[in-house]
Design a protein around this ligand. Structure first.
Ligand SMILES: [Zn+2]
Ligand SMILES: [Zn+2]
Ligand SMILES: [Zn+2]
Length: 332
């Protein structure tokens, strides 16, 4: 079993996933750029027995689990960072806090077609993926040990995707990650001082100036943030103030399934299919105070973080968000 260890200086949790060392090649420098995956694709239709048994699927009526006939399929990760079985057993060793690597690590196989990704998806296809995200969150939040659920996508080997077949990952954590805690405390401060949600306030200012807004639809705004860490970093915000992603309405689900592929298509056209990551930031599961505002962050991987970023938490970004917004508007 993996272990969670807390850095007593920063409060940051680290997963020591020693089990995953079954893939030692992963550590070789530059490997992710050069070695293509070998063997039959475990995520393709007909290879359902190559993955652990499915947890959730949207499939044709009358088809059985773990057989062909699905549109979206969710399975446990074969090399999980955290496992659902076992007790957390939080322990203190002098100054140090640690616990067992209990949680969940799942894979959402987004589409049965091997060579399609979110930038190719129709609204209907993306809608099924979003539905799977929501259903899995609703199910995992019933587990008392789970404090936070992160949904994240790695597209392209340089962004961490180890298989070409488009998929998203979900990790359910027994601790709230430090990045979310930072966003939460900023939101709490803003609400106390200005009596308005920080994210709603940002959205209002961005829509007023429209300088960094790339596109919007009925329920969502896609924009380049004022201080982006990465070139073409792009955020998608729901207009409606909602702390928890899993509480999105049917209408919002439809709107998001439209704007997300549109945004990714623009990034693909403007930048030539770059590797990217996207993540969904949502409120911690047990947090009901309501001052968080869920959102989706897209981070194209065009630059590498290096010594300066690692040593400071500052980021060096060669393109202004105003220029990036302009370019993404033009390719529309
Ligand atoms: Zn495949
Ligand atoms: Zn808000
Ligand atoms: Zn965020």
């Amino acid at each position: 079993m993996s272990e969670l260890r807390k850095d007593p200086i920063t409060g940051r949790w680290v997963i020591i996933a020693a089990e995953r060392k079954r893939r030692p090649l992963d550590f070789l420098p530059g490997k992710e750029d050069t070695v293509p995956p070998s063997g039959p694709c475990p995520f393709c239709q007909g290879n359902e027995d190559k993955t652990p048994p499915e947890i959730f699927a949207l499939r044709d009526k009358g088809t059985k689990p773990n057989t062909p006939g699905w549109q979206v399929r969710v399975v446990p990760n074969k090399f999980p960072a955290l496992r659902i079985e076992g007790e957390l057993n939080p322990t203190r060793i002098g100054l140090f806090d640690m616990m067992n690597g209990v949680g969940a690590h799942e894979v959402v196989i987004e589409n049965s077609a091997h060579d399609r990704g979110p930038s190719d998806y129709s609204q209907e296809e993306m809608g099924k993926v979003i539905q799977a995200y929501r259903e899995r969150m609703l199910d995992l939040r019933k587990d008392d040990r789970v404090q936070y659920i992160l949904i994240f996508k790695n597209h392209g080997r340089r962004a961490g995707a180890s298989l070409g077949h488009s998929h998203t990952q979900l990790i359910a954590l027994p601790e709230v990650p430090i990045q979310v805690k930072e966003e939460l405390s900023a939101a709490r401060r803003h609400l106390n001082n200005r009596k308005i949600c920080l994210f709603c306030d940002i959205l209002k200012q961005e829509l007023d100036s429209s300088e960094r807004v790339v596109l919007e639809n009925e329920n969502f705004v896609c924009l380049e943030p004022f201080a982006p860490r990465f070139p073409f970093e792009t955020w998608i915000f729901p207009k409606e103030h909602r702390p928890h992603f899993f509480r999105i309405s049917r209408q919002e689900e439809k709107s998001l399934s439209e704007i997300l592929p549109q945004t990714l298509r623009r990034i693909k056209v403007a930048l030539g299919d770059p590797p990217y990551n996207y993540i969904i930031h949502t409120s911690p599961l047990k947090e009901e105070s309501g001052y968080y505002h869920w959102h989706l962050e897209i981070m194209p991987q065009l630059t590498r973080i290096a010594g300066f970023e690692l040593g400071t938490g500052f980021f060096m970004n060669p393109i202004s968000p105003e220029q990036a917004a302009q370019q993404l508007k033009e390719v529309g």
